[in-house]
Design a protein around this ligand. Sequence first.
Ligand SMILES: [Zn+2]
Length: 392
Amino acid sequence: MPTTVVTNIGSLVTNDPALGDGPLGLIQDAAVVLDGETVAWVGPAAQAPAADTAHDAEGRAAIPGFVDSHSHLLFAGDRTQEFNARMSGVPYTAGGIRTTVAATRAASDDALDANIRRYVTEALRQGTTTIETKSGYGLTPHDEARALRIAAAHTTETTYLGAHIVAPEYADDPAGYVALVTGEMLEACAPYARWVDVFCERGAFDGEQARAILTAGQKRGLVPRVHANQLGHGPGVQLAVELGAASADHCTHLTDEDVDALAAGARQTVATLLPGAEFSTRAEYPDARRLLDAGATVALSTDCNPGSSFTTSMPFCIAVAVRDMGMTPDEAIGAATLGGAKALRRADIGRITPGARADLALLDAPSHVHLAYRPGVPLVSSVWRGGVRELV
Ligand SMILES: [Zn+2]
């Protein structure tokens, strides 16, 4: 494999405290050697071994590629009017999902594929090298499996979310819909999915239904994650921890017992915070400080979807988390990289360490702190994904 040394890095976030300063393992005047798809060496530039090619970072900061562990990119249609109405005073409800379901069912495979490609590329331009994405706008066995099959061509992190809302055809028979989601639909989707998810919220699925859906997925080899406690208090967080889910996502409305559960389950269930949703629905942000102080593991993610958070920008989420959720810049960058990797149970991403995947971004800035300090500014100048330099 040809090797590349990225040298003259002003400040490098490794996310390994053994390699550098503080929790982010910061190294000043650093270099990284890439060997094919893998990081081969990390350290001070003056000590870097020779490589086949060299890339001069010219003092830029380098960070691990962002790990966006929660998105909904398989959709068609447009909900600009709904956003416009909401920003004019109409409250957010889960019901708007039905609009996207109708448009997604009517879209061709090619149209859905073009959409996800566009959003994955858009995310890459902002430094995201791994993105999880979900079904959930098909709500029939055929349409859910189709969404996951198309998604699987773009990411290995695919999540079966047949339980996004009760399909319109089952509006009078939610039990029948849960039977479909745990039966025929699960069978159709499992070959294309790694994870199973449920929108556990008033107006979607209650705790009992969510438990049935997640345990059925587990029996089929899928690992649970849960949309939990977004719009109000509910059983989602407790259920996620009890079932050993990889993440409880949103965590906006938490009781002390919920926080305690996430702290006790910190080694397996990550609290994934999605500030784009609160931003775009003009709602109260989750309290990251409370979770961090309690000892929970926190990830940041975009929740990119056409209804409640139409952003692919991890830097935007970092800026909001620092400004309004009590996170320090270091904590937010850690949550957007290593935190996301933990939420996806991946040891090979979210860090720049020997043996990790060669996923990294260079910033047109001397420090990662600029991601919060300079909100809205496109700071990402180069990205390597699996050792391949993009955005050149
Ligand atoms: Zn979501």
